[in-house]
Design a protein around this ligand. Structure first.
Ligand code: CP3
Length: 320
């Protein structure tokens, strides 16, 4: 459950006002924030408290996270001159706090810790748009006007992503997740041509480490078979695709992760319960399903509801 922590009063108390990127730079705070939802909910894995823009922020591209908005770049990526702002990541020097947080978490945790990075496309979209977008018009304009520059940008971001993920594995994470959150804005042919080769390189190289690799995006129904072929071991899906349809598109050799709509968590318990049971029945007790939300937890979700969700999933048994 990404961002599960932010609905917790203890998260808000520790995080205080100020930039999330500054909180991420303090390993004692980040370790504690990673552990908070684990103590409350008894989930089966922890996800590192960090953000997908941490590496590009750390190398000085000029990205910040505005509360309530998300990542913003005051001086967005426009031309080949901007490639100079995307040097290689040296994780020990640029993001030592991420590695220290991982080590701190592992000392405390009895369950696996998931490390992560943003997919090159999703990070590129923030750098080009300068902030969150609905249409990805500037990103697509670049793709379709200057293929060479697009490829150079994606090559830079792919290297940075790989450098970050390898360092997280070396620091001890048990699995990695590539969040290509906004890939669903692309058609299958756009995805295949402009994104697939880069994400494939990330998964190929991470495959050499032997840790399980998870891949996720929002609104990716039409991309699922491509996102499966790209190389992950687990494909995450949002709530727009029924989980059994997703399973068919992903293929039986991979695990599927998902897919309760987080927006219904404010509804009645009986509707939440029935949605969860529908997901569990549709997957039919077959192995290779990781129950999860279809996207992140919003800040207004009642933590007691999340606890009931976890308990129901843990206690659920198919009637035989
Ligand atoms: O559960 C966790 O806390 C794990 C850590 C985590 C964060 N961001 C912390 C965070 C993870 C895994 C992410 C990934 C992330 N960040 C993604 C991919 C996953 C997804 O949701 O699709 C994306 C697209 C981002 C970029 C980003 N950072 C957005 C869109 C926002 C939300 C802005 C808002 O306030 O609504 C952020 C900020 C952010 N990153 C928060 C957290 C807990 C919330 C804001 C805060 O506490 O300041």
């Amino acid at each position: 459950m990404r961002q599960a922590g932010r609905s917790l009063p203890e998260y808000r108390a520790l995080r205080k006002e100020g930039s999330i990127l500054e909180a991420i730079k303090k390993p004692d705070i980040s370790t504690e924030i990673t552990l908070q939802p684990i103590r409350r909910y008894g989930v089966d894995a922890a996800i590192l408290f960090s953000d997908i823009v941490v590496p590009v922020h750390a190398i000085g591209f000029g990205v910040e996270i505005e509360p309530g908005i998300g990542p913003v770049a005051a001086d967005p990526f426009r031309s080949s001159d901007d490639l100079k702002r995307l040097r290689n990541l040296n994780p020990e020097l640029d993001t030592p706090y991420v590695l220290d947080t991982i080590k701190g978490c592992i000392e405390e945790l009895e369950i696996p810790l998931i490390g992560f990075a943003g997919g090159p496309f999703t990070v590129a979209s923030y750098l080009i748009e300068g902030g969150p977008s609905r249409s990805y018009q500037k990103t697509k304009a670049l793709m379709f006007s200057d293929r060479k520059l697009w490829d150079s940008l994606m090559e830079r971001l792919t290297d940075i992503t790989i450098q970050s993920l390898l360092s997280q594995v070396e620091a001890g994470v048990s699995a990695i997740q590539l969040f290509d959150s906004w890939a669903g804005s692309l058609s299958p042919s756009q995805y295949e041509s402009f994104v697939f080769p880069y994400s494939q390189k990330v998964f190929d190289i991470l495959g050499e480490t032997g840790v399980p690799r998870i891949h996720f995006g929002v609104g990716t129904g039409e991309l699922l078979s491509l996102m499966s072929d790209v190389g992950a071991d687990v494909v995450g899906v949002d709530w727009r695709v029924p989980i059994d349809t997703a399973r068919e598109r992903i293929g039986s050799r991979k695990a599927v992760q998902g897919n309760l709509d987080p927006a219904i968590l404010g509804g009645s318990w009986s509707s939440i319960e029935s949605e969860i049971i529908t997901i569990m029945k549709k997957i039919g007790g077959k192995p290779g399903h990781i129950f999860n939300l279809g996207h992140g937890v919003t800040p207004d979700v009642n933590p007691d509801v999340l606890l009931r969700v976890v308990e129901l999933v843990h206690d659920f048994r198919l009637e035989t």
